[in-house]
Design a protein around this ligand. Structure first.
Ligand SMILES: *Cc1c(COP(=O)(O)O)cnc(C)c1O
Length: 228
């Protein structure tokens, strides 16, 4: 039996540092359901996972009022497995995936919130639309014909670097794009609201720049062991 009592303490510490209006996604990937249950018992209701199979297994075992956010790279053929329950799919990086999410959500009579993942980092390995690709996609208006998805905001990851000025500039770029998109395409509705940015090491900077959804894993649950 492992002792997960540290989780409640860490969660409380982090929550105390969040600005008003900022929501916390507890990123629980690789950690066992007991660790998530410990966070749940302390009141945490939003969890983030990056593997569909792992998230679905946990979803089946844990209380049903949890809001599941998929924060990984979205593979089209796996969307169907999370469609019955997922609240937010954070990593949508092309129009075809929105179409597939819409199709799968419709089967369950659901509406799934999607965040457009924007490539703001310098690394080539990070997925996402370039700002220009994203605006081009929205300009077609085809997304407006997908009744079972709601485009609810943007998501981004900063470069993996010690240069905090660069990290700040990348988050600022994300927030600027969010504002542009909101003004151009969502000015009349209140559904486009989420700016998902910031992880354990950079969420303070992300909040400074305007993030209202931070995704924090290791600071809550500890280091991840990928060998298990
Ligand atoms: C793992 C992960 C996080 C959490 O990272 P930590 O550094 O452990 O806080 C946040 N966002 C994404 C997309 C992740 O894959």
């Amino acid at each position: 039996m492992s002792d997960y009592s540290y989780i409640g303490e860490r969660l409380a510490e982090i929550k105390a540092t969040l600005k008003a209006g900022v929501n916390l996604v507890a990123v629980s990937k690789t950690h066992p359901v007991e660790a998530l249950q410990a966070a749940y018992n302390e009141g945490q209701r939003i969890f983030g996972e990056n593997k569909v199979q792992e998230m679905t297994m946990k979803q089946e075992l844990l209380p049903k009022d949890i809001e599941w956010h998929f924060i990984g790279h979205v593979q089209r053929n796996k969307i169907k497995y999370m469609a019955p329950y997922v609240s937010v799919i954070q990593g949508v990086d092309n129009f075809e995936k929105l179409v597939e999410i819409n199709k799968q959500a419709a089967k369950y009579n659901r509406n799934i919130k999607c965040l457009l993942q924007i490539h703001v980092a310098t690394e080539e390995t990070k997925f996402g639309f370039t700002p220009e690709e994203c605006l081009n996609m929205l300009e077609t208006s085809a997304w407006a014909d997908l009744p079972n998805v709601t485009i609810a905001g943007v998501m981004g990851m900063a470069s993996f670097t010690d240069n905090m000025e660069q990290v700040r500039a990348e988050f600022e770029q994300l927030v600027t794009l969010f504002n542009t998109i909101k003004r151009r395409y969502f000015a009349e509705v209140d559904t486009f609201t989420m700016i998902s940015a910031g992880m354990s090491d950079d969420y303070h900077i992300a909040m400074d720049c305007g993030s209202n959804l931070v995704r924090i894993g290791s600071s809550i649950f500890g280091a991840r062991d990928y060998s298990k």
